[in-house]
Design a binder for this molecule. Structure first.
Ligand SMILES: Cc1ncc(COP(=O)(O)O)c(C=O)c1O
Length: 434
């Protein structure tokens, strides 16, 4: 039997402190080494087989860490992206009735016909796309599972994957676990722009796919038509696919329109489009997502999905099918409500002297804390903000793989007016009192 053993650096004493740190997983050991160290009942060290080294190197996600810290300090949590309202009452009602009246057994692996039909109608209604619900739509357990199914279904070890940073935190670990080699295009505040040479540096004949999150979490950027056309030209030139994470498709502000990459010339056959009921109906706990793609692309992704979650709770699928058919007023109100919340938080932060970056879409806005005079990292700033000011945000550097010097943090504004006002009051009090 083979056991991998942690070797501490010779100068590192095996003091209780060092061992405790190892057990807590805070010290990861030599690169690529991810073993567990345990004590047996008489206190002797015992080494056990390691977990997967790629996934083990990631700690608990920053969203969970900050939410736990927020709970521990009774802080107003504007970190993790979840709304604090109940979601549309009629959608909840359909879900509740379906739970009591309909089947609660496994739904079809590709999703319930009603939801697949609704996803196809939605694509025609909002984007003029013609989608065959029988062969081109698959229901998943949230956008996250849709992403994992796309990455596991499409990536061969050694394939290159182009992605924009800052990036949603689930992309990179799964791409790496699938054997992909990430090629990152780094976007920086305040304008998050990129150009042709940035893409030229990232693409190669080995590029299998590009990941596009539009609107982009955490930057709140909505990609322009010109940017999308530039991306499409590279996908065509390098014969690559695009996994389009469009979970914020209905959260686009100031009269902008969401443009799926799939609608651009030559992209229909190359693109997998991912949506999420969590964002569209403010029901993030439901984890109902959907992928739309041409049959040839869908097939390998469905193979992965059948071994990941296989299916998604049927009553939630029924309710989301109903929800996607809601009238235009629902979708307009969603935008106007969130836009007003964005403006409320932005105005409050600006009033206490912070620099707020434009937020074109999503649940988030980014603020630069330089005016506060804080000299430490964005992680340290978010920690202090939670503990001392009672408001929680997410450090932007958490969305980059390599260490970056960030003076920016992400706030989530999909919260009630009262909560946003209280957060601003706390921040004003804390920084005003300094
Ligand atoms: C960019 C992005 N993609 C995917 C997801 C996950 O969506 P779901 O909750 O449907 O799994 C999120 C959730 O915050 C997100 O921000």
């Amino acid at each position: 039997m083979f056991y991998r053993i942690f070797y501490a650096q010779p100068e590192l004493p095996w003091s209780e402190n060092a061992v405790a740190t190892l057990i807590a997983g805070a010290w990861t050991g030599p690169p690529g080494c991810a073993s567990f160290v345990l004590f047996d009942t008489i206190g002797a060290l015992r080494f056990v087989k390691s977990g997967n080294s790629i996934l083990s190197r990631y700690g608990t996600t920053v969203f969970e860490v900050m939410s736990q810290l927020a709970r521990a300090h009774d802080s107003i949590n504007l970190g993790q992206g979840f709304p604090d309202d109940r979601g549309p009452a009629d959608v909840l009602d359909v879900a509740a009735r379906a739970l009591l009246d309909d089947s609660n057994q496994y739904a079809p692996m590709m999703g319930m016909p009603a939801l697949r039909q609704a996803v196809a109608h939605h694509a025609a209604r909002f984007y003029g796309l013609t989608v065959d619900p029988a062969t081109e739509v698959m229901v998943t357990s949230g956008g996250t599972e849709a992403l994992a199914a796309c990455f596991f279904g499409l990536i061969e070890p050694g394939d290159e994957v182009v992605l924009f940073e800052p990036a949603y935190d689930s992309y990179l670990p799964i791409i790496l676990r699938a054997g992909g080699i990430p090629r990152r295009v780094t976007l920086s505040p305040p304008d998050w722009s990129f150009n042709e040479s940035d893409l030229a540096a990232a693409f190669s004949p080995r590029t299998k796919l590009l990941v596009l999150n539009n609107p982009l979490n955490p930057a709140a950027k909505v990609f322009s038509t010109e940017e999308l056309a530039l991306i499409a030209s590279f996908l065509r030139r390098f014969d690559a696919y695009a996994v389009c994470d469009e979970v914020y498709e209905h959260l686009v502000f100031d009269g902008r329109q969401h443009i799926p990459l799939m609608t651009l010339p030559g992209m229909r056959e190359r693109t997998l489009r991912i949506g999420s009921a969590g964002k569209t109906f403010s029901l993030t706990g439901w984890k109902v997502g959907y992928v739309t793609a041409a049959p040839a692309l869908m097939q390998p992704v469905a193979r992965a999905h059948q071994f990941l979650t296989f299916t998604t709770p049927p009553n939630l699928q029924t309710a989301v099918a109903y929800g996607l058919g809601k009238d235009d007023g629902y979708f307009r109100d969603l935008v106007s409500t969130l836009q007003a919340r964005r403006d409320r938080l932005a105005a409050g932060l600006a009033a206490i002297g912070w620099t707020v970056l434009p937020a074109q879409g999503s649940y988030f806005l980014v603020a630069d804390f330089t005016p506060t005079g804080f000299a430490g990292t964005d992680h340290a700033f978010c920690h202090d903000l939670t503990v001392a000011a009672g408001v929680t945000a997410i450090p932007l550097s958490a969305f980059y793989q390599d260490p970056v010097t960030s003076r920016c943090i992400r706030f989530c504004f999909c919260k009630s007016d009262g909560l946003v006002d209280r957060a601003i009051e706390r921040l004003g009090h804390h920084f005003g009192a300094r």
